[in-house]
Write a protein that binds this ligand. Structure first.
Ligand SMILES: Cc1ncc(COP(=O)(O)O)c(C=O)c1O
Length: 698
């Protein structure tokens, strides 16, 4: 404690104490390591270097005579006041000692940490705040280390303005519930320890605190000492774990969290992968850096329904990309898997072909009456390349006008050969087209979704050479009135083959391509991802006379003949129809979009929500939005979620899973909002910011 200098600001800590307690009457005078609890609180507060004076505020009730007498016997000032109007009692106490700064401590915190008291005071003294707390509005320190700091002027204002009973039964709710009226500061611990309970409300809490003192000695130890002790002897916390928020704390601090975060086997393996596999993974969207660099679990050992287990056996609920859109039913769907296992048992390949590819062709064509022929591939980008080849073969013209993302192949990446900066807005930013023949320069010409004038311009400049127009019929936005019809009309007019890329949209919005909902038919539609619920499969369907062009070019591959692909697709399509999966996905997506909007408003965070409900996404509208996203991923990971700023609906997501996810997201948003106010977003990530994802045209 400071020897107060006459010029310095006077900082008075006021300890609130009462004998009354519904669960543990007289607790403040219970003995811990040979001293009454109140004495520990007083001595610990006196040990704070920035506190000039410690005083006690109690009530005028006779039951509190003992508390008052005890405090007086220790030589500290005592003020007694109203029983119910705690705010008044507090204000009157403060007035008596004429402080500049007031530090509020409660007497049921016998492990209050003088260093944390000093941190809170220091934060207040830095300026810019009316109120600084370790716990309001969101705590990150263990329950029982709570400190609040304000000025006498603010306390007086609160005392005058707070009118509701609920605002006077405690000292500061009027402040932290009115962030528009007061500048609030929060001291944050970089690991959320708020689930730990070191306060004393119940007999078992007292037992816990006594045990800690017995272990660490009758002295003023600090938070770090207690954390070290609990790491060594986690069982000590069991005593009050039954009634407390710290259920799971030790689990999360010492086991799951460490495993899930940087020390996990997944990160170790990923380090090795980066040495052996250029780029680390096979798909950009599955790179750990796209989520939480250095901390993402990276690999899975098992996946079932909407749950995923990492290499350390830690289980997560996956509310993110659902295998980058590959699963609409859920992981390891029992019906699809049963069909696949049967296919495996009967031989996945032979010199003869599997009959399922013919059955699937019929199924696809029944769903799309405008089409008459089908070919297969096994991935989306590959199938798109097949489609573009067919389109060029049919039209006899090389140039492709396109919009959106369609894979990694030469026909598409050729767009980045052009010396046009604008392309970055159309493709994955920064995509290098090295290795794509320069001879393809000028063959892939991008236009923006819903901007028909851009396509018209391409047609005006290159009309006779445009053989193919490629786009997703819908993605982030609904088509503007007449947009798709106009594209269709242009394609027909210039003799270009119109290809709808339904790799992501197919069997996700309706039973078939999304274009069925939009009333415009292409010449070719391409499916992948969702149609086979996680097994490699892609299909190219089209108008008979266009598809016949396959005969005049060579398109052929060994593994396009395997049995698992068509078998999984038939089983998936059947299940989707039988369980009305499409309607359910829309409901789930809408719930999530509405939930995001609600929690963003509640926590005063500016976010933009977009995408069709089944493939929803949001972004934080701040300069450091990418850092905020990274912190969201981290906070959600700590809560047991694979989550990012996107949600791809799966039938396996129950209403309960959605509700719990939104609850967890709400808490994460609250912490992010607080960190944003404090300027600590980057610090809390405790690692690099996520790489930004690829952008799509539509
Ligand atoms: C619209 C669209 N087309 C093509 C692709 C490429 O599919 P794949 O990754 O299976 O090659 C994707 C993948 O995200 C896509 O979203």
């Amino acid at each position: 404690m400071n020897a107060a200098s006459p010029t310095a600001m006077k900082t008075v800590a006021i300890i609130q104490a009462r004998m009354g307690s519904s669960r543990l009457p007289g607790k403040v005078l219970e003995t811990i390591a040979g001293k009454p609890m109140l004495q520990w609180v007083i001595e610990r507060t006196q040990a704070a270097r920035k506190v000039d004076q410690v005083v006690l505020a109690t009530t005028i009730e006779t039951s509190d005579d003992k508390v008052a007498a005890f405090a007086a016997s220790l030589g500290i000032g005592v003020v007694r006041g109203s029983v119910d109007d705690v705010l008044d009692r507090y204000y009157q106490s403060a007035k008596r000692f004429a402080p500049d700064l007031i530090v509020r401590i409660t007497a049921d915190c016998p492990m209050i940490d003088p260093q944390i008291i000093d941190r809170a005071i220091a934060r207040f003294q830095e300026g810019g705040y009316d109120y600084v707390s370790t716990a309001d509005p969101v705590p990150t320190f263990p329950d029982g280390l709570d400190v609040s700091v304000t000025s006498m002027a603010i306390l007086e204002r609160v005392w005058k303005e707070a009118a509701l009973k609920s605002e006077r039964e405690h000292v500061f709710p009027y402040v932290y519930k009115n962030p528009d009226k007061f500048r609030l500061g929060t001291v944050i611990h970089d690991i959320d320890l708020s689930a730990m309970r070191w306060t004393v409300d119940e007999a078992v809490d007292l037992e816990f605190v006594r045990t800690v003192y017995a272990e660490l000695g009758a002295r003023i130890f600090v938070m770090g000492d207690v954390l070290d002790l609990l790491r060594r002897k986690p069982e000590l916390a069991d005593v009050n774990s039954g009634i407390i928020r710290n259920e799971g704390y030790l689990k999360s601090l010492t086991q799951d969290r460490e495993a899930a975060m940087s020390k996990g086997k997944g990160q170790e393996l990923y380090k090795k992968a980066k040495e052996l596999i250029p780029g680390g993974t096979q798909l950009l969207s599955k790179r750990p850096e796209m989520f939480l660099p250095d901390q993402w679990p990276s690999y899975y050992s098992k996946a079932k329904g909407c749950e995923v287990w990492d290499l350390d056996g830690v289980k997560y609920t996956d509310m993110s990309y659902s295998a980058i859109g590959a699963c609409v039913l859920g992981y390891a769907d029992p019906d699809v898997d049963a069909a696949v296992i049967q296919a495996v048992n009967n031989g996945n390949v032979s010199t003869l072909n599997c009959p399922e590819e013919v059955e699937l062709a019929e199924t696809l064509l029944v769903a799309h009456p405008w089409a008459q022929k089908v070919r297969y591939a096994r991935t989306g980008g590959e199938a798109m390349t097949v489609a573009v080849r067919i389109g060029r073969a049919h039209s006899g013209k090389d140039k492709v006008a396109f919009c959106g993302y369609h894979g990694w192949h030469d026909w598409y990446l050729a767009a980045n050969l052009a010396q046009d900066d604008k392309l970055d807005g159309h493709l994955i930013p920064g995509l290098e087209p090295k290795g794509v023949p320069r001879g393809l320069l000028g063959t892939a010409l991008p236009f923006s979704y819903n901007k028909i004038a851009e396509l018209e311009k391409i047609v005006a400049d290159h009309g006779k050479e445009i053989g193919v127009i490629v786009m997703e019929p819908i993605r982030n936005f609904r088509p503007a009135d007449g947009f798709l019809e106009k594209v269709r009309e242009i394609a027909t007019r210039i003799g270009a083959v119109l290809i709808f890329d339904e790799v992501t949209t197919g069997w996700r919005m309706t039973d078939g391509g999304a274009h069925l909902l939009l009333g415009v038919n292409p010449d070719i539609a391409v499916f992948g991802k969702a149609i086979s619920n996680g097994y490699p499969m892609a299909a190219v369907i089209g108008v008979g006379r266009v598809m016949q062009s396959v005969q005049s070019t060579f398109i052929s591959s060994t593994y396009w003949t395997d049995r698992i692909g068509p078998t999984a697709t038939l089983a998936t399509i059947k299940k989707i129809a039988g369980h009305k999966v499409m309607a359910r996905l829309a409901v789930l997506g809408e719930k999530v979009q509405q939930g995001w909007a609600a929690i963003a408003a509640k926590n005063a965070l500016k976010v933009e929500i977009g995408g069709m409900p089944q493939i929803s996404h949001f972004s934080f509208l701040y300069d450091n939005g990418q850092a905020m996203k990274t912190l969201f991923v981290k906070l959600m990971l700590e809560k047991g979620y694979l989550a990012t700023t996107a949600y791809y609906a799966m039938y396996a997501h129950s209403d309960d899973a959605i509700a719990k996810y939104l609850e967890a997201s709400d808490d994460a948003f609250r912490k992010i909002a607080m960190a944003q106010r404090e300027g600590t977003v980057e610090k809390l990530i405790d690692g690099p910011v996520a790489h930004s994802g690829f952008r799509r045209l539509t």
